[in-house]
Design a protein. Structure first.
Lengths: 179, 197
């Protein structure tokens, strides 16, 4: 006997036609297995329809806020770690590239040392020329400009500086500044 | 109610934390219930429900306001729980060892609570025998009364697949009930006078 056919009808959500209903009733009268299946399904369905909704423990929202805060901290930590990793990778790559470029020079440093010595010599000779020029200029000026003129120029510069300071203080005083 | 909810939703979509917290307050029970039915114990259900709200919070800007918010949340919860069940399928967890959640019952007496707990455990044991997708379909159908089309949309399967999964789940649950209660069924049979519904 095909029990499955009738079991399908027992658990079907679709409404049965009158003929199907009579067929099922006839079958159930004679089949103990299908009767047991129907009883089981009825009990199961009753439980499914009457079972309560389950609520979480009190304070769920507070715990959720804490969960959100923890997640944000975790995310920030992850971002910081990623940033650190990127910087470290960049530094390592730069170091390797620099190492590759500098390797030949480090293996035979004579040309590098020679270039450095030449550069220092050039700078020293340039400084010597500048120093000679300034010395000659001062000596020449001393002969052309008399001492009284030097004093006059000094006094004039001091007066101008004082004037500038007084003017600056007056102009920057609070009553003159309108915001 | 829908109008008030939509105001909270708009505010939450604009990034207002307080508005989203209000939504958590409103939807905590249905989300937790689905997670509990899917994951068998309160502790895992709590974690899953928290994760569901976190995922919703992060995807709030992508949420389509034409869709009911509750359905969207339950869909996130169902998918998360399906993944969790698949991950831990080989691990056995005893229900008796886990803390029992709050079940809102009307009757105050200890007997009533006990019978509710027993009934709940019986249903939970039946659900545990089902595959994760079948379980999600059963929970959505019997607890939330979702139509087939909505279950199909939320679980990303066809309507006919939902029907066949529910049919298979009913058969499996009835068979397991029959095995567990084979002795008492003959007595229970007397409760139903007509052999057909």
């Amino acid at each position: 006997m095909n029990h499955r056919f009738f079991e399908d009808r027992i658990i079907s959500e679709e409404p049965l036609t009158t003929t199907q209903r009579i067929e099922l009733e006839d079958h159930l009268r004679s089949c103990n297995s299908c009767q047991q299946f129907q009883t089981s399904w009825k009990a199961t369905e009753e439980k499914l329809q009457n079972v309560q909704m389950v609520a979480p423990r009190d304070g769920f929202t507070d715990r959720w806020q804490a969960y959100l805060a923890t997640d944000l901290v975790k995310k920030q930590k992850q971002q910081s770690l990623w940033l650190l990793l990127i910087y470290l990778t960049g530094a390592i790559v730069m170091f390797i590239l620099f190492g590759l470029l500098a390797l030949p020079l480090l293996l035979s440093p004579e040309p590098l040392l020679m270039a450095l010595a030449l550069w220092i010599t050039n700078w020293v000779s340039t400084l010597e020329v500048v120093f000679d020029f300034v010395t000659i200029l001062f000596k020449t000026m001393n002969r052309i400009v008399p001492i009284t003129l030097w004093v006059g120029i000094g006094v004039a510069l001091c007066s101008l500086s004082s004037l500038w300071l007084v003017a600056f203080r007056r102009l920057s005083s609070s009553w003159r500044i309108v915001l | 109610v829908e109008e008030i909810e939509s105001i909270w939703l708009v505010r939450a979509q604009k990034g207002e934390d307080g508005a989203f917290t209000h939504l958590v307050e409103v939807y905590q029970k249905p989300v937790f219930n689905l997670c509990y039915r899917m994951l068998e114990n309160a502790e895992d259900a709590e974690d899953a429900a928290q994760e569901t709200f976190l995922r919703a919070y992060k995807s709030m800007k992508a949420y389509d306001s034409n869709r009911p918010f509750g359905t969207w949340l339950l869909s996130i919860a169902a998918h998360h729980c399906i993944d969790q069940v698949r991950k831990r399928r080989l691990t056995f967890i005893s229900i008796d060892d886990d803390p029992y959640p709050q079940i809102e019952v009307d009757e105050p007496g200890p007997e009533g609570k006990l019978s509710n707990k027993e009934s709940d455990l019986q249903i939970q044991n039946l659900l545990n025998t089902l595959g994760p997708v079948d379980r999600a379909a059963v929970v959505m159908y019997y607890w939330y009364e979702f139509p087939y089309e909505e279950i199909a949309a939320e679980l990303h399967i066809s309507t006919s697949a939902v029907k066949s999964r529910l049919h298979r789940a009913r058969r499996d649950m009835a068979n397991i009930w029959q095995k567990d209660h084979s002795k008492s069924i003959s007595l229970e049979r007397k409760k139903y006078e007509s052999p057909v519904f």
